[in-house]
Design a protein around this ligand. Structure first.
Ligand code: PLP
Length: 391
């Protein structure tokens, strides 16, 4: 018995086995989530083993990999969890941390999700992948495809930062640029998949990227000595990381590996594309697509996330919230934060810092709260030589 998990629909609750190349629920079109009802709960003995392991696949007791199966890996995970005392002092937060996902192979946390998705895709016999991207997912898909020896077609907006497009090409991705946003790229990717039989790796259109992103939450807990912070500030596009971490915290608590209450989760978006903030503020169950999305933080340019209901449920259950920051604020915070701490903040990471400032000013964060800001990708991927003003 190798695949000891099932897929459960996040919309209608239908379930199915993991065989084949599952996309979304046939009945209602909502994303599948992986469940492990037949796997014994990971024991406290395996918690010690996990500590001795390496990279994100050390969390194998929580991941969709059967005995004897080998992952497609580039050493993703094990990223630094850093105290940020200077930024913290400036913002009035005495226990501020940065989870620096820029340290992943391919320069962003997209490595985690794509390592898991490409692993399952290859084991299921996929010979060809396709994905639409706002940028970093295309870099990661191209790299993991190369690692597995499987070609990858990537659709990206022509406005994607040039260093990101260069990285996609460097890893051998078959890059097609489109006028429009990631939603338009998604349509092109689905048409290509239907025509060629390529496996569509879009966010939440296959169930395993979430499982890879879940390791963000598992790793955070381990790095804090199996405890959880009070607050997480997460720059949100499609929301895989937020949904994945929320799932991780539930699974960790169910296994008895942590006993802390889960963190208050905050979605951070840019004012030029904030469908989740608008839906949260309206008390809605789902989001309506944002017209003409624009922000320099290209990872946040997702006008209609497929996981909208899962994101909103996690924000509300956790007692967190949603907040939008302007491009001016996020760019400035990324620059300041990089110079203050030596962390290469991406615009998305800058957005999370800007949100920390606003939430502190609004009183939603208390001075002593343990707050974790996610720097989801590397700043250099967004800069061309000479972009920064002379200091
Ligand atoms: C993709 C991406 C995001 C958004 O991640 P989701 O999990 O899709 O919400 C944030 N920051 C960066 C740098 C990204 O590449």
């Amino acid at each position: 018995m190798s695949m000891d998990w099932i897929l459960e629909c996040s919309g209608c609750g239908a379930s199915r086995g993991p065989g084949g190349l599952p996309s979304v629920c046939d009945a209602c079109g909502r994303p599948w989530l992986v469940r492990y009802p037949d796997r014994p709960a990971p024991s406290l003995t395996s918690r010690a083993e996990v500590r001795r392991g390496q990279g994100m696949w050390r969390y194998r007791p929580f991941l969709p990999l059967g005995p004897g199966e080998r992952p497609v890996t580039l050493g993703e995970g094990d990223t630094p969890l850093l105290e940020a005392p200077r930024i913290g002092r400036r913002l009035g937060l005495s226990d501020l941390w940065v989870k620096d996902e820029a340290a992943n192979p391919t320069g962003s946390f997209k490595a985690r999700g794509l390592s898991a998705a490409v692993t399952r895709g290859v084991l299921a016999g996929a010979r060809h992948f396709v994905l639409p991207t706002a940028g970093n997912a295309g870099v990661a898909a191209s790299a993991y495809g190369a690692r597995a020896g499987v070609p990858v077609r990537v659709y990206a907006p022509s406005t994607t930062p040039l260093p990101i497009l260069d990285q996609i090409r460097a890893f051998g991705g078959d890059l097609v640029l489109l006028e429009g946003h990631i939603g338009d790229c998604g349509k092109a990717a689905r048409a290509y998949a239907a025509e060629t039989g390529a496996l569509d790796l879009s966010t939440l259109r296959e169930p395993y990227r979430i499982e890879g992103k879940k390791t963000l939450g598992l790793e955070l807990a381990m790095q804090f000595g199996w405890s959880l912070p009070a607050v997480i500030l997460y720059p949100t596009g499609g929301g895989t990381g937020l949904i994945g971490m929320w799932k991780a915290f539930a699974e960790l608590r169910a296994a008895g590996w942590v006993t802390d209450p889960p963190p208050r989760m905050y979605t951070v978006q840019a004012t030029g594309c904030a469908p989740m903030v608008r839906a949260f503020d309206a008390g809605a169950e789902g989001a309506t697509p944002w017209p003409d999305p624009w922000t320099v933080a290209s990872g946040l340019r997702v006008p209609g996330p497929l996981g909208d209901r899962l994101i909103l449920a996690a924000l509300r259950e956790s007692g967190g919230g949603a907040i939008a920051v302007t491009d001016e604020e996020l760019v400035q915070e990324a620059r300041r934060g990089s110079a203050e701490e030596g962390v290469d903040f991406s615009p998305e990471g800058g957005a999370a810092l800007a949100a920390a400032r606003l939430l502190r000013e609004q009183g939603a964060l208390r001075p002593k709260d343990r707050v974790v800001v996610f720097n989801t990708g590397a700043g250099w991927l967004y800069r061309s030589p000479g972009d920064l003003p002379p200091s």
